[in-house]
Ligand binder design. Sequence first.
Ligand code: AHR
Length: 329
Amino acid sequence: MFRRGLAAALAAGVLVSMLAACGGGQDSSANQSGGGSDQLTLGFSQVGAESGWRTANTKSVQEAAKEAGIDLKFSDAQQKQENQIKAIRSFIQQKVDAIAFSPVVESGWDTVLKEVKDAGIPVILTDRAVDSTDTSLYKTFIGSDFVVEGTKAGEWLVKEYEGKPDPVNIVELQGTTGSAPANDRKKGFGDVVAADPKFKIIASQTGDFTRAKGKEVMEAFLKANKDIDVLFAHNDDMGLGAIEAIEGAGLRPGTDIKIITIDGVKDGMQALADGKISFIAECSPLLGPQLMDLVKKAVKGEQIPTRVLTEETTFTQEQAKAALPGRKY
Ligand code: AHR
């Protein structure tokens, strides 16, 4: 029994290495339930490991696959679209039952998605959308409304500065260029603050959703601009990097510069509870269980909704303090 298990594990290891060699990203596969031949196989191409949110999302998908008895073939694209396209083609060759992926950027997917459709494999978009006009290329899209998240961030700011003197100088740390959350959060926030001329976005640049880039770009913002009132960061990690830059410049985050972020991961919530971040619009990474449900239904050819929206809230300092003890990620 053990020897058979060992042989299977070694064979799986060889297959994983072969896939990693041709896939470009980092792949792993696990027959996690030990089920029979009718076990579903899901190819999942993840964006990368750029943020605390992403780590929590990967964990949620892996745990939910195990729980649902689905064999998950996981590929980490390391924030590169070309790696995701290679992984998807590799999933087609392996004849998986379904493919799910979180597209690193919005555009450039039609060709590979047509290949998946021709192979008769259902596709589920998770977390991020594509801009394909042909919506028959995927069955559904599960994830947040990023425009609404940006809108909530903007609305908090407008309320916070009600009756206070102008101007209010804002700097913005954008997510990965061309990604759905960067495009949509920028739009949601920008549309709200544009309604009042006292709000001025004086600098806006990508920090690629990482802490290191958030720090680096905030340092540059601080050097170039003497009078920054507010930072809007498209995720917690960039906000946390920016906090280091602000403190390094001898300023007090949350007091000298108000910080608004999106996500609500533990480190972000702690910074909010400590008063360094002022407001967080939540983006939930816990998409795994719903994704597995949709996969099962899509493979059976059952009707599924074309859009599954994630429920989310917002956090002030007091709400973060209350939520932190039970926060799972
Ligand atoms: O697509 C979701 C975004 O990607 C999260 O807000 C961010 O933290 C992540 O990297």
